[in-house]
Design a protein around this ligand. Structure first.
Ligand SMILES: *Cc1c(COP(=O)(O)O)cnc(C)c1O
Length: 340
């Protein structure tokens, strides 16, 4: 039985659901984990996460398919990525099979919050991991907590699709050999100033370039970018400092294997932005958000697909991937984890 929620008007925000999953790491091992109704975290004032930002996170969605099944999309890849992030931040890895099990348990415990098929809303899942024991000298914590909560979120394109305006950023998101490739809270903390500034200047997002040469496109603060060439190739930047988006990787696969398009992961130069026919940001929240305009220090680069909606190839990619997610199109082996 679904809760009495107006799914269509939900924002992307936090709503307390019934249960969340918690496991603690102490004396070198993770405990068995449990579901709890308590949505608060009580920490020592000197906890590693509070002092030195030792934390990483994930984001994925549970939703109802056309067949009425409650599913999640490729949670094994989120498990892997959290493990990679944990290793880079010197946190203990939460075992990947246990991560998927925690996803299943949390969704099962909050089934009433899974929006119905066709509502456009989803149950957003937020797994995260942080240093919970006290640390004053700079070193990793000795105790950690893994948590996973769920919150229902509304359809991303509520008032219809609105192409975004990006600005090429002067501030950097990721240093060469830094932490751009892991999903660490620290990458977001330091992006807040820039996103607030971008919004104040009338832009939707910052488009970051590589910090070394400042000539190549990387991604925005929270989404990867894909481009469509005038001859219908799907191009995405290749860089070690980009966060490996599961949505982007899935879209590239769909482009090649479902739509028969040529795909390229390669350097994308700022100087070639004017050559593309379409552009879109990819991430779990929106799947693809079309980009209508990129502003490079006063120079406006208008993407030919325009400010009215998605370009035709972007639309096909979007329809195919969301079709796979929603059970309308057959999914590649292992992409859809059925919960109920
Ligand atoms: C989470 C994230 C993305 C999107 O990844 P998905 O797995 O597709 O949700 C892209 N860029 C950054 C910087 C991110 O943190």
């Amino acid at each position: 039985m679904a809760k009495d929620i107006d799914w269509g008007s939900l924002a992307f925000g936090y709503i307390k659901t019934d249960k969340r999953y918690v496991s603690n790491f102490k004396n070198g091992e993770w405990d068995e984990g449990t579901l709890t109704e308590d949505n608060t975290v009580v920490l020592n004032e000197c906890a590693g996460v509070l002092q030195y930002a030792q934390t990483c996170f994930e984001g994925l969605k549970a939703y109802t398919t056309e067949q009425g099944k409650v599913v999640v999309f490729r949670p094994d890849l989120n498990a892997q990525r959290l493990a990679d992030s944990a290793r880079r931040l010197e946190c203990p890895v939460f075992p990947e099979d246990r991560f998927v099990d925690a996803v299943v348990k949390t969704v099962e415990a909050n089934l009433e919050f899974v929006p119905p098929y066709g509502s456009g809303a989803t149950l957003y899942l937020r797994p995260y991991l942080f240093g919970s024991s006290e640390v004053i000298g700079v070193k990793p914590a000795t105790e950690y907590q893994f948590r996973l909560f769920a919150t229902p979120v509304g359809p991303y394109f509520k008032g219809g699709v609105r192409p975004l305006t990006l600005r090429i950023s002067d501030l950097d998101r990721a240093a060469p050999n830094g932490t751009g490739h892991v999903k660490a809270g620290l990458n977001y903390a330091m992006s807040l100033y820039n996103i607030v500034d971008a919004h104040n200047q009338g832009y939707d997002e910052n488009l970051y370039v590589d910090a070394k040469t400042r000539k190549m496109i990387e991604e925005t603060g929270g989404a990867n970018i894909i481009f469509i060439t005038k001859d219908n190739k799907v191009v995405t930047p290749k860089s070690d400092t980009i966060l490996p988006s599961i949505t982007r990787r899935s879209l590239m696969y769909v482009a090649k294997e479902y739509l028969g398009l040529e795909v390229e992961e390669r350097d994308v130069m700022v100087s070639e932005l004017g050559d593309f026919a379409e552009a879109g940001l990819c991430g779990t929240a929106a799947v693809i958000s079309p980009v209508g305009k990129i502003v490079d220090h006063g120079e406006e680069i208008c993407i030919p697909s325009g400010m009215e909606g998605m370009g035709p190839i972007t639309q096909k990619l979007y329809d195919t991937l969301t079709g796979i997610q929603m059970g309308r199109i057959e999914a590649p082996e292992g992409w859809i984890k059925i919960i109920k």
